[in-house]
Design a protein around this ligand. Structure first.
Ligand code: PMP
Length: 344
């Protein structure tokens, strides 16, 4: 890995971050708060939340097996995705390399941040070689984006290739593991300490059933987390989110149970789709959704919308012609979808 200073945007490296009222007395006991221009009434909503969310990070640390100092929390994982550009990529100069197809926000945030996005097509098994990705790198490449299990394809990328990318690239490799709770593959976050240039993304929006509270995570070295903390909004995770996340984290067994049920349903749905005359292929999946190649994705999509059933039409995505992406719902919801498709 290049020295971090060479990877971080010079203005960000030099940035003197905002120092919030709640940061400045840190470590000492306090009783009377007359520092932050808050209203003393309307508790508990009158006070600013912890800008570094320490209690929540401690709780997450136990569940995720990553030290609290290696955790950054964002407003969904979309925040650490955008921050990656703002921290590392000089607009108009730097570029990033990514697999294609993948989660759309990597490209949207590249465009917002005026950073060239270099998509590298997956093969017909939706896999990639490190060699192909690394061949697209030049001296201005700051980030390589990987997503495993990948969205919208559903499969995990081969671990040997991911490791080769991390070891073979001198910049930052970001592996989005939003769906890793649905996969039997060991998550990469457990190997974080081996790779100083690795950022792993997680979210509470999928297996944890908390998409509404907007809580995403980046796991990385202390040094990278410090850069992220410099650039983020001072109070980026609101009090209600912190409280609700702590509540959810008290019951990881409930999440395990949801995952178990969803995986059973996933197996049933994949089998049922394979038997539909309008389904040509179901792709292997490690996520809480699967991709299916249909006879006519657009027509089937419109037919389902007319019946109030919404799935994701990926027909226009590269390598996904005539593909629909189906999220696993409750047994009742899944049955409704199957019944509608059998009547098509
Ligand atoms: N990463 C991937 C791969 C996703 O599919 C999604 C959401 N569809 C996200 C990140 C965003 O998650 P969040 O709700 O945490 O912003």
């Amino acid at each position: 890995m290049k020295p971090l200073q060479e990877l971080v945007r010079p203005n960000i490296w030099a940035l003197a971050p905002y120092s919030s009222a709640r940061n400045e007395y840190a470590g000492r006991e306090a009783r009377v708060f007359l520092d932050a221009n808050e209203n003393p009434y309307n508790q508990p909503f009158n006070r600013y939340p912890d800008p570094l969310q320490l209690e929540l990070k401690e709780a997450l640390s136990k569940v995720k097996g990553v030290p609290a100092e290696n955790i950054f929390l964002g407003n969904g994982s979309d925040e650490p995705i955008d921050l990656a550009y703002r921290c590392f990529c000089q607009p108009g100069i730097d570029n990033v390399v990514a697999i294609e197809p993948t989660y759309g926000m990597y490209k949207v945030c590249a465009d917002i941040n005026d950073t060239e996005y270099r998509p590298i097509l997956l093969d017909e098994h939706y896999q990639i070689t490190a060699e192909k990705l690394l061949a697209a790198v030049d001296e201005h490449t700051k980030i390589i984006w990987l997503c495993s299990p990948n969205n919208p394809t559903g499969n995990s990328l081969r671990r040997e290739e991911i490791v080769k990318v991390i070891e073979g690239f001198e910049g930052i490799v970001i592996v989005d593991e939003a769906y890793s709770d649905f996969s039997a593959v060991t998550p990469l976050r457990s190997e974080l300490s081996q790779y100083p240039n690795l950022i792993v993304l997680n979210t509470m929006s999928k297996a944890w059933g908390c998409a509404a509270i907007r809580l995403g995570m980046a796991f990385a070295s202390k040094e990278i987390i410090a850069i992220y903390n410099k650039v983020k909004y001072p109070y980026n995770i609101n009090q209600l989110t912190q409280k609700q996340a702590l509540e959810a984290l008290k019951d990881p067994y409930e999440v395990d149970n949801w995952v178990k049920i969803l995986l059973q349903e996933r197996g049933r749905m994949v089998d049922a789709f394979a038997l539909l005359p309008i389904c040509e292929k179901v792709y292997p999946t490690d996520a809480n959704f699967f991709l299916a190649k249909m006879t006519d994705a657009q027509k089937i999509y419109d037919y389902l919308v007319d019946r109030g059933i919404i799935i994701r039409n990926r027909n226009r995505v590269q390598l996904c012609k005539d593909c629909l992406r189906i999220t696993i719902g409750t047994k009742t919801e899944n049955n409704e979808l199957l019944a509608a498709l059998r009547q098509y």
